[in-house]
Design a protein around this ligand. Structure first.
Ligand code: GAL
Length: 687
């Protein structure tokens, strides 16, 4: 897990007056006539709502013209919520600038790589590095902090919204200036930059900082280290905006915790290095939306698990997810019965102490009118609202879970934003590699075997883990190679895959044969990478099948055993999976091809055996049920999540059922938990 942030402060009032889990939504009263507000409040109470996020996109209503402020409506809404015992996570409203600002200062508008301006009409049309935007935004933040800092409903500040959702990569002149400043701080001298960027290649040697640009659309692929540094810079530029708002808030309202909603989720949101951002907020908040597909549920679990990892294992806040369909996918699938609660509770299992939706009331107009909500178009007399209300009761029953932490597993998957960014740059052996997918495939294999695994980042302490899988760990600076070596030499079992250990922090290849940084540890040498064409596959002699990638692997250390070999084609007889045992009882395993979620199962089972790791659930339900454990001083909470569409029974043992249904006990047995299709149960085990 990430080292815990020194600033962790949970919003005390997020769960209302009583200690417990928070429950709520983004609430947009400004989109509705005043008469609807009391009805909203009544339904919120009926649903068990304890906290709402307000004013996310309200700038144009709060400051309808420059310097003209209108807080009356927000005062009233804050008071109404307070009277109803509902707390407020108040947004700083800076996410979407009002029309007058873009009209007066078009220089705040972002520019894409082709030099086209991104115009107003949508949202988040501002340059992260614009000093003009920053000044206007901070003025608004100051107004809100001064006005509402002492309001009794205020539980937390919500900086901006999903920083970088639409504007992370800005190629404007402001960005160019800020990029140069960032590069000077990183490299100090142009010589150092020229070296890091390998600028002798293609005649790119820089003689003046002014010559350096963001990676704008060019005639040929742009320098890869320039691209990588621009990704690092873009993440930092938004982090800088977060800090600017946060610092002002901390100065004006030191007692109110500050957060912003991250986007740890599937679907390609790779631009913000949240492992790096986590230490900037008082508590981690995340948004998650399900992308339909065979691994959709595993992906939710993976994201929640990773969010817990970057939060240092401490409780975090699920700021947004959906009650049913979203509006921004190609086909927006409605959730099936049970999924609303299951998805929410799976986040809680992985450490969420607050469960919020986008949004409270489904809008009648605007771009998101087909996005689900707690109160749908159909109104409160609807299955969605009934499911919402039922979930409110379940969360209230789970009050004792609040404040408990996720119990670490013995196995972990290492996830690294730098490797994600770099492994997917252009001009590589294949353009088909998907970094997050490989990590998710390993995670699915763990789930299918019924074995818990944490998703951690390269900042995490590896002590305590017996098995660490580092899929496509492409960027391995010397210090990371040393840490991984120390882990394996200290008795840990390390597994890594194709395209790992290839480059250093400057995206320079470690020479002498791949995977340069980990070659000695693995006891192998790859002379050539040999990716496969679409549709091509290679059989392995253990019955497995490789796709996407192969390597021409040579064993260099006689102690290495070949776990599986290629069984056909040019590579026939060559090692596909190797394992080097280490004197301290640990090992280093290399997997040179993509085996996919199912294909990884048999291999992972052997790796787990060697590491002495077993699942905690009986074999007959392993794979059908995901187990996540949260723990407090007195015992453990076992979250049992049915991954199937069938009912499943899990023995209850000595546990006490907090949520879920108990199957009748027969004879002397202690009974079983009956999980409905897609159902969740929570069992308390006292210590
Ligand atoms: C998020 C955003 C919300 C809403 C939601 C829809 O990106 O923060 O405002 O747009 O997606 O799924």
């Amino acid at each position: 897990m990430n080292p815990p942030s020194p600033h962790h402060r949970w919003p005390q009032r997020a769960a209302g007056d009583a200690p417990g889990l928070g429950y709520g939504a983004d609430y947009n009263p400004e989109q509705w006539p005043r008469e609807v507000w009391p009805q909203d409040i009544r339904l919120m109470r009926e649903a068990g709502v304890t906290v709402v996020t307000l004013a996310v996109f309200s700038w144009a209503r709060l400051e309808p013209a420059e310097g003209r402020w209108d807080f009356g409506w927000l005062d009233e809404v804050m008071d109404l919520l307070h009277e109803a015992g509902i707390s407020v996570d108040l947004a700083t409203a800076t996410a979407s600038p009002p029309p007058w600002l873009a009209e007066r200062h078009p220089e705040i508008l972002p520019v894409n790589a082709s030099g086209q301006t991104l115009w107003p009409g949508g949202r988040q049309h501002w340059r992260p590095t614009s000093p003009v935007f920053r000044a206007y935004a901070l003025r608004l933040v100051e107004k809100l902090a001064t006005r509402y800092g002492g309001h009794p409903a205020l539980a937390a500040w919500h900086v901006n919204n999903e920083l970088g959702c639409h504007n992370v990569h800005d190629y404007s002149d402001d960005a160019a200036r800020a990029f140069r400043t960032w590069l000077r701080a990183r490299y100090g001298t142009l010589d150092a930059l020229n070296h890091a960027w390998s600028t002798s290649f293609w005649s790119q040697v820089y003689g003046d900082w002014q010559q350096i640009l963001p990676p704008r659309l060019a005639a040929a692929p742009v320098n890869p280290t320039q691209q990588l540094d621009f990704k690092r810079f873009s993440s930092d530029a938004l982090k800088d905006h977060l800090r600017a708002e946060r610092d002002l808030l901390r100065r004006l309202t030191p007692d109110i915790p500050v957060t912003t909603n991250f986007m740890v989720m599937g679907g390609g949101q790779d631009a913000m290095d949240y492992a790096d951002w986590a230490a900037e907020v008082d508590f981690v908040a995340n948004d998650h939306y399900v992308v339909p597909g065979p691994q959709a549920l595993d992906e939710l679990s993976f994201s929640a698990n990773l969010t817990s990892g970057i939060a240092g294992g401490r409780p975090w806040f699920l700021m947004e997810h959906s009650t049913s369909a979203v509006n921004w996918q190609q086909v927006n699938v409605a959730k099936r019965p049970g999924e609303l609660a299951r998805d929410s509770l799976l986040h809680v299992a992985h450490g969420a102490d607050a469960v919020c939706f986008f949004q409270w009331r489904q809008s009648a107009g605007g771009a998101e009118k087909y996005h689900s909500a707690m109160v749908p178009h159909a109104g409160a007399d609807s299955d969605v609202f009934r499911a919402v209300t039922a979930l409110g009761r379940t969360l209230a029953d789970l009050a004792p879970v609040a404040g408990s932490v996720r119990r670490p597993a013995r196995a972990a998957i290492l996830f690294d934003w730098e490797s994600w960014w770099t492994a997917e740059l252009d001009s590589h052996p294949t353009s088909r590699l998907r970094y997050r997918q490989e990590a998710l495939d390993w995670y699915s294999a763990f789930l299918d075997l019924g074995v818990r695994a944490d998703v951690i980042t390269t900042r995490a302490d590896l002590t305590g883990y017996d098995l660490v899988v580092a899929p496509v760990l492409h960027v391995v600076p010397r210090a990371l190679a040393d840490r991984l070596t120390a882990f394996a030499e200290g008795g840990g079992h390390l597994v890594t895959t194709y395209f790992s250990g290839i480059v250093d922090e400057n995206d320079h290849v470690w020479l002498g044969g791949h995977p340069g940084a980990l070659r000695d540890l693995l006891g192998i040498r790859v002379e050539e990478m040999a990716p496969l064409l679409d549709g091509e596959s290679v059989p392995l002699d253990d019955g497995g099948t490789g796709t996407l990638w192969t390597d021409r692997v040579k064993v260099t250390d006689p102690s290495v055993s070949v776990v599986a070999s290629y069984a056909a084609g040019d590579l026939a007889g060559g090692p596909a999976v190797t394992r080097r045992p280490l004197p301290g009882g640990g090992s280093a395993t290399y997997v040179s091809t993509r085996l996919g979620p199912q294909g990884l199962g048999p291999l992972l089972a052997r790796l787990l055996d060697a590491a002495g790791i077993r699942g905690d659930l009986p074999a007959e339900v392993a794979g059908e049920v995901e187990l996540v454990v949260r723990t407090d001083g007195g015992g453990d909470f076992w979250f049992l999540v049915n991954r199937t569409d069938r009912p499943v029974q899990v023995p209850l043992g000595a546990g006490k059922l907090l949520v879920g249904e108990q199957a009748p006990a027969e004879g002397g047995d202690t009974g079983a938990v009956l999980l409905a299709p897609r159902g969740v149960a929570v069992v308390r085990h006292e210590r």
